[in-house]
Design a protein around this ligand. Structure first.
Ligand SMILES: Cc1cc2nc3c(=O)[nH]c(=O)nc-3n(C[C@H](O)[C@H](O)[C@H](O)COP(=O)(O)OP(=O)(O)OC[C@H]3O[C@@H](n4cnc5c(N)ncnc54)[C@H](O)[C@@H]3O)c2cc1C
Length: 356
């Protein structure tokens, strides 16, 4: 068994992003890196979408970009358009391929299937494997998406549907997310925010089928790709140790109110890469305290008032387009924060603030 300077546990989005950032910035010369990843092969398994608010370096893995998006409720539709901040969707298959092609050129980077295959006595370990996979007490954003293909031109591929609340809410928050890639293909996801205890919510296939048939009015379609996921909307308490640094979702990179994680993973990778020489002496990279505080209040509101959430989202998306994008991408100024906060229903947010 070999010793390694660095070990990355989990070669998913965060693990590979970090390895890539270290490699392309020449931080691995004279160093050895082991990546522990159990999967047998890399293939497209996720679609990472976000507003592009900074150069992330993966434009060549973008499947599609949009400048227009909509929020739909029974009350009406909020339409937005931003040329400053396009909404991008990264194909994870292209992302894995790009990174693995780069990493394989460095013979000091080795992949292993199991932690037991490497010694870790004097390595710095970057861990992206979470221990909260089965926690049913917290809130999860859980979903399934079908990428479908139809024979006729039915989708307007210029406009994505960020949230369509025209569906059964049960006692949770439920919406459909539609990414039209072309006039004939789209990814359609049924998304819930709940503690996952109601098994009927997990019947995603029927929900997507009903939505395609009754709301999109499409009778015949072919499913080309499926993705399923659950994103924790809570952070687990991680103990910091000098030689283990948590990264990715396990390292608190998920924006708890939205589930967006990809861009924070890129910011975290950059931070680690820049400070790699003394990384074990620095504080972990984290989402700013301001957004952590606001998200905690938001999630308290969501837990206590799920039936009010459509109205909350509808009001929130009544803000100016760039303000709402910046708010959801952690880029707002204080006055922009206040313009979002002012739109929220006062009573339920005040109750959440005082802990009622
Ligand atoms: C289907 C899906 C869609 C998503 N869409 C978006 C989106 O649109 N926008 C966005 O910002 N975020 C999105 N997210 C959230 C987040 O960006 C992703 O979950 C992202 O992949 C998190 O990266 P990660 O490295 O923390 O976890 P992962 O990418 O899941 O990587 C963890 C890796 O650890 C490996 N592993 C598991 N067990 C072990 C073990 N015991 N030892 C070693 N390795 C192990 C896994 O095989 C995996 O490769 C999505 C999540 C999912 C699940």
């Amino acid at each position: 068994m070999r010793d390694f300077d660095y070990i990355i546990v989990g070669g998913g989005c965060a693990g590979l992003s970090l390895a890539y950032s270290l490699e392309v910035n020449n931080k691995l010369s004279g160093k050895s890196l082991a990546i522990i990843e159990p999967r047998e092969k890399y293939e497209r398994d996720k679609s990472w979408s976000f507003w592009k608010t900074f150069e992330h370096g993966f434009d060549d893995c973008v499947k599609k970009s949009w400048t227009e998006f909509e929020i739909k409720t029974e009350k009406g539709t909020k339409s937005h358009s931003s040329s400053h901040y396009p909404y991008q969707c990264i194909d994870s298959g292209l992302f894995y391929e790009k990174i693995l092609n780069t990493l394989k050129k460095n013979t000091n980077i080795n992949f292993f299937k199991n932690k037991k295959d490497v010694r870790n006595n004097c390595s710095i370990i970057f861990n992206s494997v979470s221990d909260k996979q089965d926690d049913r007490s917290g809130l999860w954003q859980h979903f399934q998406g079908y990428e479908i293909e139809v024979e006729r031109d039915v989708f307007d591929d210029k406009v994505l549907t960020l949230m369509d609340f025209n569906c059964d809410q049960k006692n949770s928050v439920h919406f459909f997310y539609v990414l039209p890639f072309t006039s004939k293909t789209a990814l359609i996801e049924s998304t819930w925010i709940s503690n996952m205890n109601d098994r009927s919510e997990l019947d995603y296939g029927d929900q997507i089928h009903d939505y395609i048939k009754n709301i999109l009015k499409i009778a015949k379609y072919k499913i080309n790709y499926t993705e399923t996921g659950k994103i924790p909307m809570f952070n687990s308490k991680t103990t910091r140790s000098d030689n283990i640094i948590q990264i990715g979702t396990a390292g608190g990179m998920t924006r708890l109110s939205t589930g967006y994680t990809f861009t924070n993973i890129q910011k975290q990778s950059r931070y680690i890469q820049k400070n790699i020489q003394y990384i074990n002496k620095l504080n972990n990279f984290s989402i700013s305290k301001k957004y952590q505080y606001l998200d905690n209040i938001f999630l308290r509101v969501l837990s206590n008032n799920s039936s009010e959430m459509i109205e909350v989202f509808y009001r929130m998306f009544g803000c100016k387009t760039d303000t709402i994008i910046k708010f959801l991408s952690e880029e707002t100024t204080l006055s922009e924060d206040l313009s979002v906060i002012r739109r929220m229903p006062k009573n339920i947010f005040l109750s959440a603030l005082v802990g009622k």
